[in-house]
Design a protein around this ligand. Structure first.
Ligand SMILES: NC(=O)C1=CN([C@@H]2O[C@H](COP(=O)(O)OP(=O)(O)OC[C@H]3O[C@@H](n4cnc5c(N)ncnc54)[C@H](OP(=O)(O)O)[C@@H]3O)[C@@H](O)[C@H]2O)C=CC1
Ligand SMILES: O=C(O)C1=N[C@H](C(=O)O)C[C@H](O)C1
Length: 268
C-alpha cells in the first residue's frame, strides 16, 4: 500500500513541530507539504529543520497549491484558520485531521457539513490514553449516577488560549450523556463569591494555566465518604501527534464522513 502523504498546517507551532517529527520518523506516512501563516518565521525553512531532521519539504504559506501534493491535511492551528483550510480541502478533495479546539457550535456544524464531501477526523484529543479515559468516564458515570457530584479539573501551559480545554469539555459531554443530561444546561464554568450550596445536577469545570504543563485532566466523582478521580496526564505532545497519524492512515480509501478518535481506535 502507498504511504499516506501528509500536509501539516501550523508547522512552526508546538503541535506542528511535533507532527513534522512524527511524520518524518513514521511508517506508512510521508511528509508532502508543510505550511504556516504568512510572516511566520517558519516560512521558507526546510520543514525538517523544525524538528532537527532531514527533509526536502519547504514550509510555505500557499495551502491551496500545496494540497496537490498530499492526501491528508493535519491541522492544529486556530478555529478561524482551520475553517479556511477546511474549505480549501473540500474544494481539492483532500481529507483532514482536525485537532484544533475552541470552536463554536456553528463552526462544528460547518465541519460536519464539509465531511459530507471529504473524510474528516475531528477530535479534541488524539492521545490513545485520553480516548480510553472517555470510555472509563462513560462507565463510571453510569454506575455512580446518583449521590456523586461531578467536577472536571484541567491544567495546561501558560500559552493556551481557550478554556476549558476541548478535552475537558468532551469529558463533560461524555459524563452528561451517560447521565441523560445536556451539558449546555448543567455546566458550571468556575465559581466565585457566595455561590450557595452545590446543585447536584450540575457538572463543574475548573481551569489551571501555568508554565509548561502539557495537559492534565481529572474528573472527580465526589460522594459522601468516598471520592473517585479519573486522571490523564500528558508529559509530551508526541501521543497527540502519533494519534493524528493514526487518524490520517485511517482515512485511506474513505471518500467522506465525520469521525473522531473513538472511530479511529475502534472504541465506538
Ligand atoms: N486534539 C489534540 O490532541 C490537541 C489539540 N491541540 C490544539 O491545537 C491547537 C494548536 O495548539 P498549539 O500547537 O499548542 O498552538 P501554537 O500556537 O503553538 O501553534 C499554532 C500554529 O498555528 C498557526 N496559526 C495561528 N493562527 C492561524 C491561522 N488563523 N491560520 C493558520 N495558522 C494559524 C500559528 O502560527 P503563529 O505562531 O505564527 O501565529 C502556529 O504555527 C490548539 O487549538 C490546541 O488546543 C493541542 C494539542 C493536542
Ligand atoms: O492546547 C493544548 O496544549 C491542548 N489542547 C487540547 C485541548 O484543548 O483539549 C488537547 C490537550 O489537552 C493539549
Amino acid at each position: 500500500m502507498n504511504a499516506t502523504r501528509i500536509g501539516i498546517v501550523g508547522a512552526g507551532g508546538r503541535m506542528g513541530r511535533m507532527l513534522v517529527e512524527a511524520t518524518l520518523k513514521g511508517e506508512g506516512v510521508v511528509l508532502g507539504a508543510a505550511f504556516d501563516v504568512p510572516g511566520s518565521p517558519a516560512i521558507g525553512k526546510n520543514a525538517g529543520e523544525l524538528a532537527g531532521l532531514a527533509s526536502d519539504v519547504v514550509v510555505t504559506d500557499d495551502v491551496a497549491a500545496g494540497l496537490k501534493h498530499i492526501d491528508v491535511l493535519i491541522d492544529f492551528t486556530r478555529p478561524q484558520g482551520t475553517l479556511a483550510h477546511l474549505e480549501l480541502c473540500r474544494q481539492a478533495g483532500v481529507g483532514m485531521v482536525i485537532g484544533t479546539t475552541g470552536f463554536e457550535a456553528d463552526d462544528k456544524a460547518t465541519i460536519a457539513e464539509a465531511a459530507k464531501d471529504i473524510p474528516v477526523v475531528f477530535a479534541p484529543n488524539m492521545a490513545v490514553g485520553v480516548n480510553v479515559v472517555f470510555k472509563l468516564l462513560d462507565m463510571a458515570a453510569r454506575i455512580m449516577n446518583q449521590g456523586y457530584d461531578i467536577e472536571v479539573v484541567e491544567a495546561h501551559h501558560r500559552m493556551k488560549i481557550d478554556a476549558p480545554s476541548g478535552t475537558a469539555l468532551r469529558m463533560g459531554e461524555v459524563v452528561a450523556a451517560a447521565l441523560g443530561r445536556d451539558l449546555e444546561e448543567c455546566a458550571i464554568y468556575g465559581r466565585e463569591g457566595v455561590t450557595g450550596e452545590r446543585d447536584p445536577s450540575t457538572i463543574g469545570f475548573a481551569t489551571v494555566r501555568g508554565g509548561d504543563i502539557v495537559g492534565d485532566h481529572t474528573v472527580m466523582f465526589c460522594g459522601i465518604g468516598e471520592r473517585v478521580e479519573i486522571t490523564h496526564k500528558a508529559s509530551s505532545r508526541m501521543p497527540y501527534a502519533l494519534g493524528s497519524l493514526r487518524a490520517a492512515r485511517f482515512m485511506a480509501g474513505r471518500k467522506n464522513g465525520l469521525f473522531d478518535m473513538q472511530d479511529v481506535l475502534g472504541l465506538r
